[in-house]
Write a protein that binds this ligand. Structure first.
Ligand code: SF4
Length: 293
């Protein structure tokens, strides 16, 4: 794996809206998981050769200095721009070393992945949750193995991700599912959404957070449209007709799906709103003043 220079690893978040995170971290650049809908390919993120994973030189040393210098501790988000458990992480251990540093410096973590490798670090999640909030999300857009293979070519298949979810949950880690994106005209039917929720619930998921639509812009659109052209040419015509050059493409079924999902999640006692997820995993760490840590 190639390494590139980095000046910083941690970025302060503008708001705490996304899983209540105070910082974000990316120790890798690029992602080779090949999800056909991936937003991180977009030009605005300026990641050339997105499918090639590069590690950041001296990531651990940099991160150690940055964590040490923070007056305010908090929760670090990982997995927004690239999967922290890519193929190279097995040997390179940049994500694992970061978790060790969070533990050493008293920070929490909210991490999203599509890889079963996440279960390797259960020991560290358990150590972290003694002092700080920990939420581990597995991302899905379907639990159908064949469709999953088409949409997310190089990630752990849905069955392995569900098994990872089960192991995390059994180990006492607050874990759940990011049901996103729900792809218009492809995965936006109730049987597909329902099967993700029920499969997740059966394995101990505490939340299923949905996005009933997808973003589409520049390189991301080209990549996704090439996929549609190959496998679903009739859907490609539909996308062009319905969405034209629109940035956010909402599922035409979003209202019905949301309503049915709410009914099911209420019944199963599974959270589906960001405010309830943040409350559930962070509230136990709040001090009298109503502030974290
Ligand atoms: S795992 Fe995430 S970052 Fe990687 S290609 Fe898939 S959606 Fe993009």
């Amino acid at each position: 794996m190639e390494y590139i220079e980095a000046r910083t690893i941690l970025m302060k978040t503008k708001t705490r809206e996304w899983f209540g995170t105070d910082y974000t971290m990316n120790v890798y650049k690029g992602c080779h998981h090949g999800c056909v809908y991936c937003d991180s390919r977009s030009e605005c993120y300026q990641i050339d050769q997105f499918d090639q994973v590069r590690g950041k030189t001296s990531a651990s040393q940099l991160l150690n200095q940055e964590l040490q210098s923070k007056r305010q501790k908090g929760v670090v988000g990982a997995g927004s721009m690239s999967d922290p458990y890519n193929y190279f992480e097995r040997q390179e251990l940049l994500t694992r070393q970061s978790l060790e540093l969070f533990n050493h410096h008293g920070f929490g973590v909210s991490l999203a992945t599509k890889s079963e490798l996440v279960t390797r670090d259960i020991d560290l999640f358990q150590a972290l949750k003694i002092h700080s909030p920990v939420a581990i999300s597995l991302s899905f857009c379907t639990v159908d193995e064949q469709l999953g293979q088409k949409l997310e070519r190089y990630v752990s298949p849905p069955s392995k991700r569900l098994s990872a979810l089960e192991k995390l949950s059994a180990a006492g880690i607050y874990t759940g599912v990011m049901l996103m994106p729900v792809l218009p005209y492809l995965t936006d039917s109730w049987p597909i959404v329902e099967s993700v929720i029920k499969s997740a619930y059966e394995r101990g998921a505490r939340y299923v957070y949905p996005l009933f639509g997808m973003t589409l812009r520049d390189r991301q659109r080209d990549y996704y449209f090439a996929f549609l052209k190959k496998y679903y040419p009739e859907k490609l015509r539909l996308y062009k007709k319905v969405y034209d050059n629109q940035y956010y493409c909402q599922s035409p079924n979003h209202q019905k799906l949301e309503q049915r999902m709410k009914e099911l999640c209420d019944k199963l006692n599974v959270s589906m709103t960001m405010s309830s997820i943040i409350r559930d995993y962070q509230e136990p760490y709040q001090v009298e003043q109503g502030q974290l840590f």
